[in-house]
Design a protein around this ligand. Structure first.
Ligand SMILES: [Zn+2]
Length: 208
């Protein structure tokens, strides 16, 4: 992965489409916004995220990013859609997506020693970092080879691995946990092909 990132960086330097972009970028561009909750579930999640200062911490963590314009991290209600996306300088994660994470997070520590809180923290960091990856590619006009989704995942993993060893381990285990839940649910869904109802893992894929 490091090799891929080195390659991407080298390519970016060679073919930076807009030379003036390099002069206009600066740090401290990541803002945040807690959207108004529309129901009790959203209010509960809104209050939890605020109590943990989730967006404040993420925006501070991402403040060294050198961007040409402000990027807003926003949580908001999405009329029941389990979703997250990046669009026009804004990363949006729906309250419904956190509700989904609360449902899939382990109640007891996993065999690897991952607690419920650590799993939730890892999955939350991952969705924001993945979408921030899309934002960085867009704002810095970074070309990439292959699928943008894979590049955004690599961006997320790369940033997480730059944390302290213990933090990085918990974050990555959190992401891996979500992946394993999806795989289990996929196996289950193969037995229910006639069922047209959307499964949580399908909703998760939509996120990306
Ligand atoms: Zn994506």
């Amino acid at each position: 992965m490091k090799m891929i990132l080195l390659l991407v960086t080298a390519v970016v330097r060679l073919v930076y489409p807009d030379p003036s972009l390099q002069d206009s970028v600066k740090t401290g561009q990541v803002k945040y916004e807690y959207g108004e909750p529309a129901n009790a579930m959203q209010q509960n999640i809104h209050d939890r995220l605020q109590a943990l200062q989730t967006l404040e911490r993420l925006s501070e963590f991402l403040s060294p990013l050198r961007l040409p314009r402000p990027l807003t991290l926003k949580v908001q209600g999405c009329n029941g859609q389990v979703n997250a996306h990046y669009w026009r300088d804004q990363v949006t994660v729906c309250y419904e997506y956190f509700d989904f994470l609360l449902k899939v997070a382990p109640q007891m520590p996993t065999p690897e020693g991952l607690t419920r809180f650590q799993a939730l923290a890892g999955m939350t960091a991952d969705v924001f970092l993945h979408e921030t990856g899309h934002a960085v590619f867009d704002m810095l006009e970074i070309p990439f080879m292959g699928r943008e989704e894979d590049a955004a995942d690599e961006f997320s993993a790369y940033v997480q691995l730059r944390r302290s060893k213990a933090d990085a381990r918990h974050l990555i285990l959190g992401v891996a946990y979500l992946g394993s839940k999806q795989a289990q649910q996929e196996m289950a869904s193969m037995d229910q092909q006639a069922d047209v109802q959307e499964l949580p893992e399908q909703s998760y894929y939509k996120v990306h």
